[in-house]
Design a protein around this ligand. Structure first.
Ligand SMILES: CC(C)(COP(=O)(O)OP(=O)(O)OC[C@H]1O[C@@H](n2cnc3c(N)ncnc32)[C@H](O)[C@@H]1OP(=O)(O)O)[C@@H](O)C(=O)NCCC(=O)NCCS
Length: 167
């Protein structure tokens, strides 16, 4: 398999379209909520990512076709006073799963985070997403447990959507 991983050039139409299509496919997947992106979100997403000050987006290509995406944002660990990289979305097209592309995207993200001087990678994953959880655990991620109790990830929508919607 001729796999290539690189940063997405969001100012380039082809890369921007690939990111939108991959996220659309993920959103339409039952594990992503089963609701494809609306046309307005599809239209605004490339510029929203491009203009975001801490967005870092990676694409995976097989023979020049985009098959996977990782959307990350730099955050800050206040307890370490160092940047961290949050993996907000990781998705591989369904027909390409199980061939190491997700793992390769994670490795590219980790290498980039190290270059940025990040102290850790973070992400949220649904409890029932066994496939992703298995990959993450084997890659070195672990549940955050503070004072013997696992953390919970909460969300409160400020515009549209409903509480607890993914990504
Ligand atoms: C999660 C996801 C990104 C993983 O990508 P992928 O390319 O399939 O992952 P990989 O092929 O690199 O590896 C997946 C691991 O699962 C294993 N695996 C492969 N097929 C599997 C299957 N059908 N069921 C369970 N595990 C499987 C592989 O052996 C591999 O394990 P390893 O790293 O120990 O070798 C992909 O399944 C996906 O896009 N899912 C939908 C979106 C999603 O859930 N994203 C994560 C949100 S937090």
């Amino acid at each position: 398999m001729n796999l290539l991983l690189r940063r997405a050039e969001l100012a380039q139409t082809a890369d921007a379209a690939a990111v939108v299509d991959l996220l659309d496919s993920y959103a339409g997947d039952p594990i992503g909520g089963g609701q494809p992106l609306g046309p307005e979100v599809r239209r605004r997403l490339p510029a929203a990512l491009r203009d975001h000050p801490t967005a870092h987006v990676f694409l995976a290509f097989v023979d020049q076709a985009a098959v996977g995406v990782a959307v990350c944002f730099v955050g800050l660990s206040t307890f370490r006073a160092q940047p961290l990289l949050n993996i907000h979305d990781l998705a591989v097209l369904s027909g390409w799963r199980g061939r190491g592309i997700g793992r390769a995207l994670l490795a590219a993200v980790e290498a980039h985070a190290r270059q940025l001087g990040c102290c850790k990678l973070t992400l949220e994953v649904l409890d029932q997403n066994h496939r992703a959880r298995g990959l993450y655990e084997r890659f070195g991620f672990a549940d955050v447990i503070v004072a013997g109790s696992p953390t919970r990830f909460l969300s409160k929508p400020l515009s549209g959507g409903s509480a607890g919607q993914p990504t």
